[in-house]
Design a protein around this ligand. Structure first.
Ligand SMILES: [Zn+2]
Length: 355
C-alpha cells in the first residue's frame, strides 16, 4: 500500500461517514468559531483582558472588597525595602539571604559607657602651688576621682577675670608640669575671656588673662586656660568591647527623652592610665540633662589616621594597676606587653588567651 492508496482509503472513509444518516447536513469537522467578548459597557475593556481581570471574575468572593488581595502592594513593598535598608525593619527578602539587612545596625548594649561630669577645675604646677598656698605646703587628697592616680584636692582657689570672679575652683592633683585651668563656656563668659576648646595637656594657643587667688598669694596666668575637649577615657580592657582605639573620634547619644542629644567629636583616650568614662563639662551635661553615673551610647566612630602598630606599651607596673582595678589583660589586645608584664599578668591570674 503506497501513499496514494492511503489517501484514497481516507477519502472513502470520510465519504462513508458523511453519508451516515446521523451526520446528514453536517460537515466532517466543525469549523472553529472565535467567541465574541462579552462587553458590559461599550468602550470598556473586555473582562478577560488580563490587565482588567479581578479574582472575582474567575472565582466568586463571598464578601467582595475594594482591595484585591491577589495584587502586589507596591507602595508597601517600597516601604518595607527602605526600612530594611535602613535596618529599622525586617528584610523583605527570605531569611538567610546574603543581604544581612535584617541584622540590627548597632548593638547598643555592649557600646554603653558611664558619664562623668567635670566641673571647672585647676591642674597646678609645683611652682604655682607654692605661690598660691605658701612654700612647704602640699596638696591634700580629698576624694579619689575616676581616673587612676588622680584626686580632687581639699585646696581650692578663686579665679578672677576682667568680667567677673569665680570662687572655690577645685584643684585636681597630683601637681603637673604646667598649670592648666579647665572651664566651661559659661564660666568663660562669667570671667570675660575667650578660651579655646582644647584637649587636656595641649596648651598651645590656650588663653590667659585670668588671675588665680590662693590664701598665700596670686598667680596671673599668661596661658593655660582651656575649655576641655569632650573625651572618652577607655581602659585597655574595654577597647575591644567598645571597638575603639586611641585617637578615634566617636559620637555619643545621651539624655532623657525630650532632651536627648548626640555629641560629636568625642576624642578617645585609651591607655593603662585611663578608666572608662565619658567626660563632659557642666554646660554639655546641662544641655543633655545628664549627671555623673548616667549612661551614654556610642553610636558612631571615626578611626584615627595613625601608623600601623602604634599601640601603647604595658609594663609590669601597668599590669599591677589593672589587676588592682579588677581588669583583665587580653592576648591580642590593643596594646603591646613587655615579656615581664605578660608574666606578671599570668601570675596575677588576669591574663586571657581568648581571641
Ligand atoms: Zn577626662
Amino acid at each position: 500500500m503506497d501513499k496514494d492508496d492511503v489517501q484514497r482509503l481516507a477519502e472513502k472513509i470520510a465519504a462513508a461517514l458523511d453519508a451516515a444518516p446521523e451526520r446528514a447536513g453536517h460537515p466532517w469537522l466543525p469549523t472553529p468559531v472565535r467567541p465574541e467578548p462579552r462587553v458590559a459597557t461599550p468602550g470598556a475593556l473586555p473582562p478577560f483582558a488580563a490587565s482588567a481581570q479581578q479574582l472575582s471574575d474567575v472565582a466568586p468572593v463571598r464578601r467582595p472588597s475594594g482591595t484585591p488581595h491577589h495584587r502586589t502592594d507596591y507602595p508597601a513593598m517600597v516601604v518595607a525595602e527602605r526600612q530594611a535598608a535602613a535596618a529599622r525593619g525586617p528584610s523583605p527578602l527570605p531569611s538567610g539571604s546574603a543581604s544581612g539587612a535584617d541584622r540590627p545596625a548597632t548593638t547598643r548594649t555592649t557600646r554603653e559607657v558611664a558619664i562623668g561630669v567635670s566641673n571647672r577645675h585647676l591642674h597646678v604646677s609645683e611652682k604655682d602651688f607654692a605661690a598660691l598656698f605658701g612654700p612647704g605646703k602640699a596638696l591634700t587628697p580629698h576624694r579619689q576621682i575616676s581616673q587612676p592616680g588622680q584626686y580632687a584636692a581639699s585646696e581650692a582657689v578663686a579665679v578672677v577675670g576682667k568680667g567677673g570672679r569665680i570662687a572655690d575652683v577645685r584643684i585636681v592633683g597630683p601637681a603637673r608640669g604646667r598649670t592648666q585651668l579647665e572651664l566651661s563656656p559659661a564660666d568663660c563668659r562669667t570671667l570675660g575671656i575667650a578660651a579655646p576648646v582644647a584637649l587636656s595637656g595641649k596648651l598651645e594657643g590656650s588663653a590667659g588673662g585670668v588671675t588665680l587667688e590662693g590664701p598665700a598669694g596670686k598667680v596671673a596666668l599668661e596661658s593655660g586656660v582651656i575649655i576641655a575637649q569632650r573625651h572618652l577615657h577607655v581602659a585597655p580592657a574595654d577597647a575591644r568591647r567598645l571597638a575603639v582605639a586611641d585617637g578615634d573620634r566617636v559620637a555619643v547619644e545621651c539624655g532623657p527623652a525630650g532632651r536627648r542629644v548626640t555629641l560629636h567629636d568625642v576624642l578617645v583616650r585609651l591607655g593603662p592610665a585611663h578608666a572608662t568614662e565619658l567626660h563632659l563639662d557642666t554646660d554639655e551635661a546641662n544641655a543633655a540633662q545628664v549627671k555623673t553615673g548616667d549612661r551614654a551610647l556610642i553610636v558612631a566612630a571615626t578611626r584615627a589616621a595613625r601608623p600601623a602598630g602604634r599601640r601603647p606599651l604595658l609594663t609590669e607596673r601597668h599590669v599591677a594597676e589593672l589587676a588592682a582595678r579588677g581588669e583583665k589583660v587580653m592576648a591580642g589586645g590593643p596594646y603591646l606587653l613587655t615579656p615581664a608584664a605578660r608574666d606578671r599578668a599570668k601570675a596575677l591570674g588576669i591574663w586571657h588567651e581568648e581571641t
